[in-house]
Design a protein around this ligand. Structure first.
Ligand SMILES: Nc1ncnc2c1ncn2[C@@H]1O[C@H](COP(=O)(O)OP(=O)(O)OP(=O)(O)O)[C@@H](O)[C@H]1O
Ligand SMILES: [Mg+2]
Length: 575
């Protein structure tokens, strides 16, 4: 930062000083008669007497040196500012990512991912611009303008006053324009976010779109979003394009006025030709930093808005936090739901779970069944504390989940969900998600136990094969088994299993079933069952309807009582 400031001072001084050479150059070398010349540098009040040719060469050399110094200083200042900006940004970017990782799943469901990504990218871009260039301008330009105005006044106070009167007019115009530009650019950015959203959706849902031959509808929606973006951008560009010409016009009028007034001074002999041209050159040189400063001021307010949005995300507290000095021991006895109710925050009056009480002893398997939308997935997601109950409590070994250290709690739990999410990484990395340092041999054993080893070995690069975003290269059953291998590798005492509803062919089904059997063995399992064999093997079945447990017992008992379970069984499980 110190180096950048030194570079800045060099830039400011050399820039002004190099223009001062114009005056002696014109007055003494080009115009004055006789073999010697007197050089008056007004700001320093020095008088030289020299041979004309020496003076000429000296002035040219002085101009060149000061200009070269100016360029060097400018280079150093810019480079240092950019690097500083990038450093600030890298910090902010990683902080933001780390923070996003800790936000509750609901934060993301409430937002469109395309918009989140594109807004964050745009905001970070604005801040980056601020940090790398705008800050430099905000620091350098006022000093530069002050120095140049000093020079102007030294040359001709009355002409300076005249020139400076134009400044407020330009500032006013720029101010009005930038306000409009900012508003329109904001609309443009939100249209861009819509576009990004749409594109992301299409990439994710291309098979669905094609299979429903919905290309036309998708294209139609995209075209209208694209057209809206185009219209917004035309509006914004209309203002952006007007910014420079309108200030140029005012400046041109001012320059004409100065030419007129100053020219008369020269004719009347109150000012030398050289002074006049040097004055004009310095005035022109002042105009640029004034423009940049006004611009930088308006950009910094834009950046302030962007920073505010970024900090709003950084201030977003994780809904679920780990207690300080939380319990770290491992699961021993039982998981108990005590009169648990839950409503999603976006719909607090509509409880999804009501008055749930159930107990799972260590080593047992309980199955949860019920119609779609009954709250089964929600019930399981309370255990790793993706959300906390609205009332009641859940305990593990008689300790409220909220008193457990969050990391150690989640380490106890393995989750296999309805949909397997695979990262765009190798098979190996995907299996080792929960234990990145697992030995290759362990990963292999997990794959074998999950009945997926033969599939992996048949892949072109075995465990190193990249499975592609969303696991596009794996079948549904293979993906499920890979998810099971993932859970097996972590070897958690508690297992939450949300069986996939999509039906597989019998061969694939058999393999998934075998993998699940291996996974369940020796663990405490809560399973949302869609398979007959899973419900049959469960120690207790809980039937969930509209967020309440309406029945519980063994498969045989429940069948016999002939209630909801019996009906579901006939519809869903009977093979
Ligand atoms: N993120 C959410 N925000 C608000 N409401 C939600 C959210 N997720 C689920 N719900 C609502 O909660 C209710 C229960 O959903 P849940 O996913 O638990 O059902 P489920 O029993 O798992 O159904 P399925 O068998 O179809 O998977 C539904 O009415 C659903 O609309
Ligand atoms: Mg579900």
């Amino acid at each position: 930062m110190l180096a950048a400031n030194i570079a800045m001072i060099v830039v400011v001084i050399t820039n002004g000083v190099s223009l001062v050479t114009l005056q002696p150059l014109i007055d003494q070398v080009f115009i004055a008669e006789g073999p010697t010349a007197r050089v008056v540098v007004p700001t320093v009040n020095l008088v030289f007497s020299m041979k004309k040719t020496t003076l000429f060469l000296g002035l040219v050399l002085f101009f060149l040196t000061s200009r070269a110094l100016y360029c060097l200083g400018l280079y150093c200042q810019r480079f240092l500012m950019m690097v500083t900006g990038e450093r600030v940004l890298t910090g902010l970017r990683t902080d933001l990512y780390d923070h996003l990782l800790r936000l509750p799943p609901l934060f993301f469901t409430a937002r469109r991912s395309g918009a989140l990504v594109s807004n964050l990218t745009a905001d970070l871009g604005v801040v980056q611009h601020l940090a790398s260039t705008v800050t430099g301008d905000l620091l350098r330009r006022p000093v530069e303008i002050g120095f140049l105005i000093g020079l102007l006044v030294a040359y001709n106070p009355s002409l300076s006053l005249f020139a400076l009167l134009v400044a407020p007019v330009i500032v006013g115009i720029v101010n009005i324009l930038t306000k409009t530009i900012r508003r329109r650019a904001g609309r443009m950015q939100s249209s861009m976010a819509d576009l990004a959203d749409h594109l992301q959706e299409t990439v994710g849902g291309i098979r669905i779109i094609q299979s429903f031959t919905a290309e036309k509808a998708a294209a139609g929606r995209f075209h209208s979003v694209a057209r809206r973006y185009y219209e917004q951008s035309v509006k914004a560009y209309r203002m952006m394009a007007a910014a420079t010409p309108s200030t140029e016009l005012v400046t041109a009028a001012a320059v004409a006025g100065i030419l007129f007034y100053g020219g008369q001074n020269v004719i009347a002999g109150r000012m030398t030709t050289g002074s006049f041209f040097a004055f004009m050159a310095i005035l022109m040189a002042t105009y640029q930093p004034v423009k940049t400063l006004v611009n930088a001021l308006s950009e910094s307010s834009r950046a302030a808005a962007a920073l505010e949005r970024i900090y709003r995300i950084l201030d977003e507290r994780p809904a679920v936090t780990s207690p300080t000095n939380g319990r770290k021991a491992s699961f021993q006895k039982s998981i108990v739901f005590e009169k648990v109710s839950f409503a999603y925050p976006d719909n607090p009056c509509e409880p999804v779970l009501q008055d749930i009480s159930l107990t799972v002893q260590r080593g047992r398997t309980i199955a949860i069944v019920g119609p779609s939308g009954a709250g089964k997935t929600t019930l399981l997601s309370l255990i790793p504390r993706f959300f906390d109950p609205t009332s009641g409590r859940i305990t593990i070994d008689n300790v409220d989940l909220r008193e457990w250290d969050l990391v150690s709690l989640r380490r106890q739990i393995g989750i296999v969900t309805q949909e397997t999410f695979l990262f765009n990484a190798s098979v190996e990395e995907n299996i080792a998600l929960g234990r990145p340092n697992a030995a290759p041999e362990e990963i292999r054993r997990a794959a074998e136990a999950a009945h997926i080893l033969d599939v992996i070995e048949a892949m072109p690069e075995g465990f190193r094969t990249v499975v592609g975003e969303r696991g596009a290269r794996l079948s549904g059953g293979e993906k499920q088994r890979l998810a099971i291998a993932r859970a097996l590798l972590v070897d958690p005492p508690i297992l939450l299993l949300d069986e996939a509803t999509s039906s597989l062919d019998s061969e694939s089904e058999r393999k998934v079933q075998a993998a699940i059997d291996t996974l369940i063995r020796g663990r405490t399992t809560l399973v949302i069952a869609h398979r007959l064999s899973t419900v049959r093997n469960a120690d207790t079945i809980f039937v969930l309807q509209n967020g309440r447990i309406v029945e519980s017992g063994s498969h045989a008992d429940l069948l016999q009582s002939g209630n909801l379970y019996a009906r579901l069984y006939n519809l869903q499980f009977k093979e």
